[in-house]
Write a protein that binds this ligand. Structure first.
Ligand SMILES: Nc1ncnc2c1ncn2[C@@H]1O[C@H](COP(=O)(O)OP(=O)(O)OP(=O)(O)O)[C@@H](O)[C@H]1O
Ligand SMILES: [Mg+2]
Length: 290
């Protein structure tokens, strides 16, 4: 079980890992039965709700103090409806990744709240927050976060294994087929190109059919054709499983797919466009709103 804890931690960014080792170990101590009832209720709430699935109120995340303090998030009020496909854009350092981490409960805020399906996630105890994250959120990180000693197949099914769930083989085949990974399943991540590793990370995020997908530049290392296919797959699975997608990207190809574009500057949301309001392509490319 200790090994499992370390594996789960490796999915998440380094900064969060110390916390997660502790969380996962506590979860093991508390056992399966305690958490199952809780998550059944959570799942029911999510599937039955037609409300705002993600909501932040005056969300702030400051790093450091005094003259060197960085206001990575400086009062974010954001509301995302179930099923919405939102793109987040903004210059480097504007707080995009920090926002994504907060939405997924990967790190605690300095102040303010994040609600998922009406529930304040920072009020969950550590154990429930870990379970929530694993079952409800599919993360795709900028840096893949694959486990180097596990095969591609083992990496993809890792979140299911950690949760003691059976793998939906047909769905897995569909995902790996679409992502062009069928022939790489027995390889180690180190034997793949950057783009292929990114596709493994995408497959791993999709395999649990999470309610929310949080993706940080998921197509940054892919060629334009694969980018189109991957975005198409995300859109398709998003619709099929009623997923809510928040994706950091500058890719204009997304303009055909997303419902909304949020632009960040200096830890704040400076523009919020909906598909019906504006040419989304222009918002993504920075032709408007900069
Ligand atoms: N762990 C940390 N400690 C200190 N400062 C941090 C930390 N994480 C992020 N920051 C700072 O917070 C600000 C926002 O960072 P963030 O990673 O959210 O930016 P970003 O918009 O995702 O940028 P990029 O497009 O380059 O990925 C930056 O100034 C960054 O240096
Ligand atoms: Mg970032």
């Amino acid at each position: 079980m200790r090994v499992y804890a370390e594996l789960e931690n490796s999915i998440y960014p380094k900064s969060a890992q110390d916390d997660f080792t502790m969380l996962r170990q506590r979860e093991i101590v508390l056992g399966e039965s305690a958490r199952c009832g809780y998550m059944r209720n959570w799942n029911r709430r999510i599937t039955e709700s037609h409300m705002k699935i993600l909501e932040t109120t005056n969300l702030k995340k400051y790093y450091g103090e005094g003259a060197v303090q960085v206001k990575a998030l400086d009062g974010i009020d954001l509301s995302i409806e179930e099923g919405e496909f939102t793109a987040v854009v903004g210059t480097s350092g504007s707080g995009k990744s920090t926002l994504l981490h907060m939405l997924g409960g990967l790190d605690y805020a300095t102040s303010g709240t994040v609600k998922v399906s009406g529930k304040k996630i920072f009020e969950l105890n550590e154990n429930d927050l870990t379970i929530f994250r694993r079952r409800q959120i599919g993360f795709i990180f900028q840096s893949y976060n694959l486990v180097p000693i596990l095969s591609v197949y083992e990496n993809i099914v890792l979140p299911m294994e950690l949760d003691g769930r059976r793998v939906d083989k047909a769905f897995l085949d569909q995902i790996t087929g679409t992502l062009g990974l069928e022939k790489k399943l027995d390889n180690l991540p180190g034997q793949l190109s950057g783009g292929q590793q990114q596709r493994v990370a995408i497959a791993r995020a999709l395999v649990t059919k999470p309610a929310i997908i949080l993706a940080d530049e998921p197509t940054g290392n892919l060629d334009s054709r694969t980018t189109q296919e991957v975005l198409g797959l995300l859109k398709l699975t998003g619709e099929r499983f009623h997923q809510t997608i928040v994706m950091i990207t500058h890719n204009e190809a997304l303009s055909q797919l997303c419902d909304r574009v949020i632009r960040m500057e200096d830890g704040r949301i400076v523009h919020d466009y909906r598909r019906d309001d504006i040419p989304v392509r222009k918002a993504l490319s920075g032709e408007v709103g900069v």
